[in-house]
Design a binder for this molecule. Structure first.
Ligand code: NAD
Length: 475
């Protein structure tokens, strides 16, 4: 169906009416997304500003990342921020330029990175204002803001307050810049995990994270991981399982995993043999027909994965809705949704972990913002998706020794068959209830899966990453 509100949004009278109704004005400009596979220099010639609060501790990792990824770095503030760029800047032919604080940028910046890791008092938070107040209007369309902080746990109360204040700042600036398609995240780096920052920073500065915004993301050193990270074809030689791969988010995820080098086992119901087999052929993967809600499914999956020599990446994507308010819901609807969306995930994971899962594996489960915020008519669905969050948080610490990470992605409104079933008026509003004022595409979730599946994401485990454009519900 055509994008009705965008068309209406071009008419000034209609725009006024939409505003009076309190609906967000639609943003005609589509988000800028990646169109090619991962590359060595994803920030080639992008103007990236680096600024910092007092005593920053992560500028060396940022300088290394920006230079190696091909960015044109510009530091704001005093000369001390130029120092970390000296060696990597020379090595990659990317010397940093300097802009004294308060001076105007001569062109738009593609991204602003602010190292707030050393901020330990409320007074020092002022540096955020001093930098962003003049610079934020100079951020390009579909630009990126990334703030770097440290975990607040174990700090003195004032220090902890200053670090957690960063979360409120990021969530708010994400709302302010979203209308231009720009995003903001807080990367919270645990002590000892500094080496794991570059991979995460690359992803969140790139167009691959177009529909992720206002997210605090924890980077830890808990799970042992590789010393060197491949930036190109990061999934070469990996075997991946994607459930619910026949269409929607699953199909796009399978395509993107294959594009980065993985052999993808595409699982869907026997009734969906046609699209599942066609996709498997298209991406050089293999089809696997099974209904995950059946008790015998786990054994069939283990058999197939064992035949292939094991599995590295498991994406639990198959999911269903059967919406009714609790008073009207049949017991059958309740049981079906809880079984497919949650119980089956637990059964399959147990069987895979006991058998074909390889060392250093990745488990990625699809949750939903409904599992965070709740939703009328979705007690069954929201319970299943909140249960997924409980599952990944409980499982992650138990598999640390095997080098396995376990995470969940909570999509917001993504344009698929699932959301096409939502009544038209609710759908039109739901699309716009996010910072970026539009729905996401299956590809947005697929990009997030590929990143979490990649070797460089080893620092992220037990996390829920919302891929929702900064949805206003469940925020
Ligand atoms: P979709 O309906 O387009 O695709 C789901 C796929 O799962 C289908 O191919 C279906 O055949 C398969 N599947 C369902 N039950 C199965 C079973 N018992 N055994 C094997 N395969 C089965 O849905 P989608 O929108 O692509 O959603 C994918 C996942 O993302 C789901 O877990 C969903 O809850 C979650 N999600 C989607 C959105 C969204 O806006 N689309 C938002 C939040 C979460």
């Amino acid at each position: 169906m055509g994008d009705l509100l965008i068309e209406i949004g071009q008419n000034p009278h209609a725009r006024r009416l939409i505003k009076q109704l309190g609906l967000p004005i639609p943003m005609p400009e589509r988000l800028r997304r990646a169109t090619t596979p991962w590359e060595e220099r994803p920030l080639h010639d992008k103007d990236v500003v680096l600024a910092a609060g007092e005593n920053p501790t992560l500028t060396a990792a940022v300088a290394q990342t920006l230079a190696a990824a091909g960015a044109s770095p510009l530091v704001v503030g005093d000369d001390s921020l130029l120092e970390p760029f000296r060696t990597p800047g020379e090595a990659h032919g990317r010397p940093a330029r300097k802009l004294p604080l308060g001076e105007e940028l001569d062109r738009r910046a593609d991204a602003i990175v602010f190292d707030a890791s050393g901020i330990d008092s409320i007074a020092k938070l002022r540096a955020l204002y001093d930098v962003f107040h003049p610079l934020v209007t100079k951020l390009a369309r579909c630009g990126r803001v990334v703030v770097l902080g440290r975990p607040h746990e174990g700090l003195s109360p004032a220090h902890g307050a200053a670090q957690l204040a960063l979360e409120g700042f990021v969530r708010s600036i994400a709302k302010e810049i979203g209308k231009t398609g720009s995003t903001a995240q807080l990367l919270c780096v645990e002590p000892g995990a500094e080496e794991r920052l570059p991979a995460v920073l690359r992803f969140f500065l790139s167009p691959r994270s177009a529909f992720v915004s206002g997210q605090p993301i924890r980077i830890s050193a808990r799970v042992p991981g590789p010393k060197t990270i491949p930036w190109v074809q990061p999934l070469q030689g990996k075997i991946a399982l994607v459930t619910g791969a026949a269409r929607g988010i699953g199909a796009e995820t399978a395509r993107l995993l294959a594009a980065e080098g993985a052999h993808v086992v595409c699982l869907d119901r026997p009734d969906d043999d046609g699209p599942t087999s066609q996709l498997a052929r298209e991406i050089g993967g293999s089809p696997l027909l099974a209904d995950v809600s059946r008790p015998e499914a786990a054994a069939a999956i283990v058999d197939e994965l064992t035949k292939r020599g094991g599995v590295d990446i498991v994406v639990h994507n198959a999911g269903i809705t059967r919406d009714k308010t609790i008073a009207r819901m049949s017991g059958e609807y309740w049981d079906l949704v809880l079984n497919v969306n949650l119980d089956a995930v637990i059964r399959m994971t147990d069987a895979i972990l006991a058998g074909p899962m390889r060392q250093g594996g990745r488990i990625i489960c699809l949750s939903s913002i409904a599992g965070i915020a709740g939703n009328v008519g979705q007690t069954n669905y929201a319970a299943s998706k909140a249960g997924i969050i409980g599952f990944i948080k409980s499982l992650a610490p138990a598999v640390v020794d095997k080098g396995i990470t376990v995470n969940a992605i909570a999509p917001g409104f993504i344009e698929t068959r699932l959301t096409a079933a939502v009544p038209v008026a609710i759908r039109e509003v739901a699309r716009r209830m996010s910072n970026v004022g539009q729905g996401g595409l299956p590809k947005d979730v697929g990009e997030m899966v590929v990143f979490l599946a990649s070797p460089g994401a080893v620092g992220i485990t037990g996390s829920v990453i919302r891929t929702c454009g900064g949805a206003w519900i469940g925020a």
